[in-house]
Design a protein around this ligand. Structure first.
Ligand SMILES: [Zn+2]
Length: 585
């Protein structure tokens, strides 16, 4: 009978002991009997013997095969199967050389489509998948079976006959003494058949994400391929250099990442969250949030790189001078509500953290409730919201108010309960910062009204609204006239005919310094609505947007579209990018 290898047996024995299946006395006794060889010890535990106290009972083992296979299935994340000799298909058996079957104790038993199913007793044989794939030209799926099933199948006359015939065919096919050539495949920087490369592969993904200034990494399986995308400058970009190796080693890559993220590698049906910290090429630690989600073709992964960014300065993220001053006035006031709005990826968090960094000092008690925590700032009390365990923004906010903070940041206001507490906090001596999902600054007011906040409370609590977008800037090294920016297109986005006459819109044409994309760096586009006495008045009488805008104009309010048009005129943005981030519909 096949004995388990030392490493595998060690692991099973540890689990048996930890789970109380075999007590310490018994384990010691067996180890002595096995002369401390764990393979032998496990074999002894699995040996079927008659019960000396009750000879009438059928012989039983101290540890059943079934239990061992289940333990291994879980520990090595391999599926298990009950296999009878009649389940073994001849065409499967003959797709792998007999020498290999004999040497490695593996049993190819079924071919289905592009898959070859291979049974084994030893879970570490799963590392042979790529080698078998190269020989059989099929994707390999491993299944764990019991040692007794393996023995019964291999000993069966039909299986032996198929293997014998195979041997003859192989002999007849000589002089092909050399191993069959693997099918040609696309070039890849990674040797697809070398499983030890997985660790380096994963390291490379993480490293390249840092050097390309990626904000998140997406790893996704499809039926015929797999891919990795980096979000760079807010846009997802496929990283094709990884695709081949990833597709052929998808499980191994996912498993490696799960191990790094401290997730359960055997759990494949439920989403899991974790965290990975790794060293960037410059030696800095990079923190990430890790999420794995089951999907139709396998698990997909999203890794978000957190920035411990010391350069988070509101002075450097692209506010116009007058707007920056309004923002600073609002966040240095002792109380009030400052809201930042914009779609996902528009840089709201950067603005909020820039504001927090500006006012962060040891004398100020700042508390944040976030989902997820995206940045780390020294000196802040940061709490991760978790709706699943009832830790909602509103419940955290309530708890905060008992801790007497001066400044509170709530990741997002999305329900009435949260908005009520937030407004109350802003009216009772706290500076409250948060985000809201609205298209622009002015419509934030009607959104708050719709959430049930009375207009007099909005006018009293709200001090400032920032609405924002994040656009890719033209690469300054390869500027050419922007042929998309026809007079008609420019007038469509709000330029006058005279303005069109006087301008020369530009775009990047792609060069080495922008990696051929034509874009380099990002430009925040902001509109900043200060709640002046005039704006307050329009809120109190629940005026429509045009009237609020008119009141805001008295304070030199500029819409994002107006700010963006300035950037087109100055050659900072191209028309296409303006349209992408600023034109709704
Ligand atoms: Zn360029």
């Amino acid at each position: 009978m096949t004995e388990y290898t030392k490493d595998v047996a060690d692991r099973v024995l540890r689990i048996l002991q930890a789970s109380g299946q075999v007590d310490e006395t018994k384990m010691t006794e067996i180890m002595v009997q096995a002369e401390s060889r764990s393979s032998r010890a496990l074999a002894l535990l699995m040996e079927t013997k008659p019960d000396p106290d009750d000879p009438g009972k059928p012989p039983a083992a101290m540890v059943e095969e079934e239990l061992v296979v289940n333990i291994l299935s879980r520990a090595y994340a391999l599926r298990r199967k009950n296999l009878a000799p009649s389940d073994v298909a001849k065409d499967a058996l003959t797709s792998v050389p007999k020498d290999m079957i004999d040497r490695e104790h593996i049993l190819p038993f079924a071919r289905e489509g592009r898959f070859l199913r291979v049974a084994t007793v030893d879970p570490t044989k799963a590392t042979l998948a790529n080698q078998i794939k190269a020989l059989s030209n099929q994707n390999v799926e491993f299944f764990l079976i019991k040692p007794s099933e393996f023995a019964a199948c291999m000993g069966h006359e039909d299986v032996q006959a198929s293997l014998g015939q195979k041997k003859k065919e192989e002999a007849a096919a000589a002089p092909a003494a050399e191993a069959p050539r693997p099918a040609p495949r696309r070039r890849s920087a990674y040797d697809i058949d070398d499983p030890t490369v997985v660790i380096k592969f994963v390291d490379d993904i993480l490293e390249q994400s840092v050097t390309t200034d990626t904000s998140d990494i997406h790893i996704e399986p499809y039926r015929e391929t797999a891919r990795i995308r980096f979000r760079i400058n807010g846009v997802l970009q496929a990283q094709d250099q990884f695709s081949d190796f990833l597709f052929h080693n998808y499980l191994a890559v996912i498993t490696r990442l799960k191990i790094l993220a401290d997730c359960d590698i055997a759990e494949k049906r439920l989403p899991q969250d974790g965290a990975i910290t790794f060293k960037a090429p410059d030696g800095e630690d990079v923190d990430t949030r890790f999420n794995v989600l089951p999907g139709k073709n396998g698990e997909r992964i999203c890794i978000r790189l957190l920035k411990g960014d010391p350069s988070l300065s509101i002075e450097k993220i692209g506010f116009k001078e007058a707007d920056l001053k309004k923002l600073i006035d609002a966040i240095t006031a002792p109380q009030g509500m400052v809201l930042v709005t914009g779609p996902t990826g528009s840089g709201k968090t950067t603005t909020l953290y820039g504001a927090l960094q500006y006012i962060n000092d040891p004398g100020t008690n700042i508390m944040t409730a976030e989902d997820p925590v995206e940045y780390y700032l020294e000196g802040l009390g940061q709490t991760q919201a978790n709706e699943k365990i009832g830790l909602s923004f509103s419940s955290i906010l309530r708890a905060f108010l008992r801790q007497d903070p001066e400044v509170i940041l709530v990741g997002e206001i999305r329900d009435q309960e949260t908005v009520e507490i937030a407004v109350k906090a802003a009216l009772t001596g706290h500076l409250l910062l948060s985000t809201l999902h609205t298209n622009d600054a002015i419509s934030t007011i009607s959104r708050l009204l719709n959430m049930g906040v009375p207009s007099f409370m909005i006018s009293a609590a709200l001090s400032l609204v920032v609405a924002q977008r994040l656009a890719r800037k033209n690469c300054p090294d390869c500027l050419v006239p922007d042929e998309n920016a026809t007079p008609a297109a420019l007038e469509y986005i709000g330029f006058t005919a005279e303005e069109v006459q006087a301008m020369q819109p530009r775009k990047g044409s792609g060069c080495a310094s922008c990696e051929g994309t034509g874009y380099k760096g990002r430009q925040g586009i902001y509109e900043v609505l200060r709640v002046t006495p005039e704006v307050e008045e329009t809120i109190l009488k629940q005026a429509q947007a045009p009237e609020i805008l008119e009141a805001a104009r008295l304070d030199n309010f500029m819409t994002m579209q107006e700010v963006g048009r300035d950037y087109i005129r100055d050659g900072v943005l191209c028309l296409e990018e303006f349209t992408r981030v600023l034109v709704v519909n």
